[in-house]
Design a protein around this ligand. Structure first.
Ligand code: SF4
Length: 512
């Protein structure tokens, strides 16, 4: 019996930007007695059903966007008389759907780190349960990925998780509902050990693939200080202190390492935190800006963000501390109007963000927005026999792009203006100008241009376009570009790299 782990994708690029971490975490969680799992990442190459023998176990992780392809893989594996196990955010939300459409033998809800070995043990004993609940694993129990199983020459960036969960509650996001609002922080040594393992293999760009790298804000601390009961303050200070400890350790690693993470804008008000990020060489962060107007922010429950000039100041603070921002903006909020698009693009330029993504507001399962939209009459309309409220089950060739209904603009108008904003932001002359503010050498500037173009090909043209010929063309271009770009990101392996000695740097700023 062999274990297979499959990351489904409709599009294969041959080379991928970021290592899909869950595959290598579940590989590590697979008991040694089953041998090394066969890992298939369909963003590289499609799954081959002939690789599956009767009695094998095929684990498939799905989110909403790749659920339909995941179900197809599940059915193919079941036809080969394999035991099919679904997991991931989408299967957690819709376990019955995975059974009905994906021929799931069983479904795992929640984190797979610990429960996965029980699933395999039960399968071997012939006592497989129809449903497993992996729950929310605490930080110290997160399983380290088996990076020794990575195929050589396929990925540009490594990925290491340092924390799960987010204390916020944005209406378009499912993270706080699936991963919880209580931050679950991983031990510093565990994180650094994985970074060392990746650098040994030649990865020098590493994504800290966290829900929110900044779980405790200065405002949270000030509020906790005002309370008579100081236990909350102590808890928050301990979380913050561990963040600084982690960054101090990262700072001791080889200085060609570059980290990238995801963070809320509030970190821009915290110079001590930004300084620690700079020292740790966390050179970039995705910041969820979402909207440039106060009304827009309120509509997605994100009014802790700034707007207007204050927003520009916050974003510039990141740049002043050497942290380059990938600004994430949402279009199609109820308060948006046609002039919002230009105003957003102008603000992105003025604030000096290095990269930007412009996504259209889409109701994703597990979010507050989806729960509201699902009850509207429009969500009951059918394509074939599938209601729009289950849009991910409609074949992609006939699947309408589902966006939240807008009071003043049509979906087509929003899509056209969104695409135009991408086109304008990623104009070659603009990218070249932005590269000056980010990197110095010519080689680095060329890398900046290529990664900007690649990002746009992979995301804007394959994600927003409705025209399948355009999607296919973009995927082909991305395939060629990705191969070129990868060489710019990897470094000479350091097989003898050791863990840094602990305790050399322990400067923690006083909490203000
Ligand atoms: S969008 Fe970001 S800040 Fe908001 S809940 Fe999701 S992870 Fe947290």
């Amino acid at each position: 019996m062999r274990v297979h782990l499959v990351n489904p994708s409709d599009v294969s690029f041959g080379t991928a930007v970021i290592t899909p971490r869950w595959l290598y975490v579940l590989a590590a969680a697979t008991p040694a007695s089953y041998g090394a799992p066969a890992i298939v990442d369909e963003t590289l190459e499609p799954f081959d059903p002939n690789s599956v023998e009767p009695g094998d176990v095929v684990g498939i992780g799905i989110h909403t966007a790749n659920a339909l392809r995941g179900y197809e893989v599940g059915r193919l594996a079941r036809e080969r008389r394999a035991t099919v196990v679904f997991g991931g955010i989408h299967a957690t939300l819709y376990p019955d759907e995975a059974r009905e459409h994906g021929a799931a033998s069983t479904v795992v809800r929640g984190d797979g780190d610990i429960i996965w070995s029980s699933v395999l043990t039960d399968h071997a004993a012939g006592t497989l349960q129809p449903l497993y609940n992996g729950g929310r694993v605490e930080g110290e129990a997160f399983v380290a990925a088996r990076w020794d199983l990575l195929p050589p020459g396929k990925y540009m960036w490594g990925s290491v998780q340092t924390i799960r969960g987010c204390p916020k509650h944005c209406s378009f996001c499912s993270v706080w509902r699936t991963d919880g609002q209580k931050p679950r922080q991983r031990g510093v040594d565990d994180v650094v050990r994985e970074v060392v393992a990746l650098r040994r293999k030649g990865f020098r760009f590493i994504l800290l693939s966290d829900d929110n790298f900044y779980p405790v804000t200065l405002a949270d601390l000030a509020a906790a200080k005002r309370r008579a009961d100081k236990s909350q303050l102590e808890r928050l200070e301990a979380i913050r202190a561990e963040r600084f400890e982690l960054m101090a350790e990262l700072a001791q690693l080889p200085d060609d390492l570059v980290f990238y993470t995801q963070i809320t804008m509030e970190a821009g008000e915290d110079p001590a935190f930004l300084d620690a990020m700079r020292n740790a060489r966390i050179r970039g962060a995705l910041v969820g800006i979402e909207s440039v107007t106060p009304e827009g922010l309120k509509s997605v429950y994100k009014d802790f963000n700034h707007s207007g000039d204050a927003l520009v100041t916050r974003l510039q603070a990141f740049g002043q501390h050497g942290v380059h921002v990938l600004g994430s903006f949402i279009f199609g909020l109820p308060t948006d109007r046609p002039d919002t698009f230009g105003a957003t693009a102008a603000l992105a330029q003025r604030a000096g963000v290095s990269f930007a993504q412009f996504v259209m507001l889409q109701p994703f399962p597990g979010t507050v927005d989806f729960a509201k939209w699902e009850k509207e009459p429009a969500a009951a309309e059918q394509v074939g026999s599938t209601p729009l409220s289950r849009y991910w089950l409609i074949p992609s060739s006939s699947r309408p792009k589902i966006y939240a209904p807008h009071p003043a603009m049509t979906a087509d108008e929003i899509r056209r203006l969104t695409q135009a904003t991408w086109d304008d932001f990623y104009r070659l002359d603009r990218i070249w100008k932005r590269s000056l503010g980010c990197v110095k050498s010519l080689r680095s500037r060329v890398a900046f241009v290529l990664i900007s173009k690649l990002y746009r090909q992979m995301y804007a043209n394959t994600g927003i376009a409705t025209d399948s010929a355009r999607v296919a063309r973009s995927a082909r271009r991305a395939r060629v570009l990705a191969k070129l770009v990868r060489r710019l990101f990897v470094a000479k392996p350091m097989p003898d790299l050791q863990m840094p000695a602990r305790g050399l740097i322990r400067d923690r700023p006083a909490v203000t």
